[in-house]
Design a protein around this ligand. Structure first.
Ligand code: FAD
Length: 383
């Protein structure tokens, strides 16, 4: 175990991709004594359980701006961090099944194009050129952006962590935050099961548990945890699903990993709000049927593993980033099903803000108080 000191300049709660990338960018911006605490292991939360898709095809301007900025970072991340993050840019192929959805995706594409994201509408024949054998005759339209793709969540998080450590960041695993120290509405540090850590800045990156950390400081955020299931097949020859195949109304995402396994998931019936991380037969049955219907070549492929993880949901499916009513206590939470892909830019802009620099993207609208003000803008492009 790392030696325990009871002071730091910044304490970060949570060792998922958000906490780790925030630690890295703070250190890069010159913050010296950063301590990250994680109650379990690095990547043990949603990050290590996710599909790790990366895309810029979003329906709100904020998510588009964050998405394309994150892609820009991902494309040079191996070089920056000195380790491969497993980036694979096979594109995202979005499938629409009704006229309303087609219109929503078309509007999204226009918004994306206006922000420099080169997504385009394509026909079934072109879609089959990208995803051979695709059986989607009931679809009414397709949209594609070739720079989208996926990376490896473990490689990415550990690449950030190792780079952060080289810059002096300390990481305490198996250390649970049990309280937030607040005096006169100013944060003073955290209580943990290993002792007190005094610090003038504390950042809540606790994923699906962020709501409980916020409450320790007397702050209510409208987040909730939602269990999502996912599965992976045995490896098969490449080319079965080279892109990320995704539909919001069809409720699926499917992609083939570089080693040949196909990973796929869908939103759960009933949207279970629990922390159980349990898996069900119903999911396997439903997901397998969808997979074979869309990609008939997958018939007979065996499922290697299934698992589940938490989406850290907000009422508008956009994150909460920024200051709180307690001075110097920050949130970076509520990433729903897209925190992996947004982590590079989320960490970067919050670190810029905390160190007094102008953030690359103005994220003031992601303030958690937007919900009380009724200012949330719902993101439609989510599974
Ligand atoms: C099935 C599934 C598929 C997904 N697919 C994608 C995808 O394709 N693309 C994408 O971008 N995103 C995807 N996501 C979402 C993505 O996983 C999350 O948005 C992202 O990992 C959030 O990162 P995080 O660091 O906020 O949370 P986490 O990775 O959950 O990290 C938070 C950490 O905080 C720790 N913690 C909690 N409480 C305390 C405490 N009291 N003290 C100390 N530590 C604490 C936890 O142990 C945890 O390790 C998916 C999620 C799931 C479940």
């Amino acid at each position: 175990m790392m030696e325990w000191k009871n002071t730091a300049d910044v304490v970060i709660i949570g060792g998922g991709i958000i906490g780790v990338s925030t630690a890295y960018y703070l250190a890069l911006n010159g913050v010296k004594d950063i301590v990250l605490i994680e109650k379990g292991t690095i990547c043990g939360g949603s990050t290590g359980r996710c599909g790790a898709g990366i895309r810029a095809q979003w329906g709100t301007e904020m998510n588009c701006r964050l998405g394309i900025a994150a892609l820009d970072i991902f494309e040079q991340l191996d070089q920056e961090l000195g380790m491969s993050v497993g980036l694979n840019q096979g594109g995202y192929l979005l499938v629409a099944y009704n006229e309303k959805e087609l219109e929503t995706l078309r509007k999204g594409m226009e918004l994306q194009n206006s922000l420099g994201i080169k997504s385009r509408q394509i026909n079934l024949q072109e879609a089959r050129g990208i995803c051979p054998g695709l059986a989607a005759d009931d679809a009414v339209g397709f949209f594609f952006h070739g720079r989208d793709g996926h990376a490896d969540p473990f490689l990415t998080t550990f690449a950030y962590l190792e780079a952060a450590k080289r810059l002096g960041v300390t990481c305490h695993r198996h250390t649970t935050c049990t309280g937030i120290l607040v005096e006169n509405n100013v944060v003073r540090g955290v209580e943990t099961d290993r002792g007190t850590l005094h610090a003038p800045v504390v950042i809540n990156c606790a994923g699906a548990y962020a709501q409980f950390i916020a409450r320790m400081a007397g702050i209510e955020i409208p987040n909730w945890a939602e269990r999502h299931e996912i599965m992976i097949t045995e490896p098969v020859a490449p080319g079965v699903c080279p892109c990320m195949l995704m539909s919001f109304s069809g409720n699926y995402y499917i992609q083939q990993r570089p080693h040949g396994s196909i990973i796929c998931g869908m939103s759960p019936a009933g949207h279970p709000e629990d922390f159980e991380n349990k898996s069900t037969w119903q999911f396997i049955e439903e997901m397998s049927k969808t997979l074979v219907r869309l990609l008939p070549r997958t018939r007979g492929i065996r499922i290697a593993r299934q698992w589940s993880g938490m989406y850290d949901m907000t009422p508008d499916a956009q994150p909460i980033i920024g200051e709180t009513d307690v001075k110097n206590f920050y949130h970076s939470t509520g990433y729903s099903g897209h925190g992996f892909m947004l982590a590079p830019v989320a960490g970067k802009i919050l670190a810029q803000h905390i160190t007094g620099k102008k953030p690359d993207i103005d994220f003031s609208m992601l303030d958690y108080r937007r919900f009380a003000r009724g200012e949330h803008i719902r993101e439609s492009n989510v599974v």
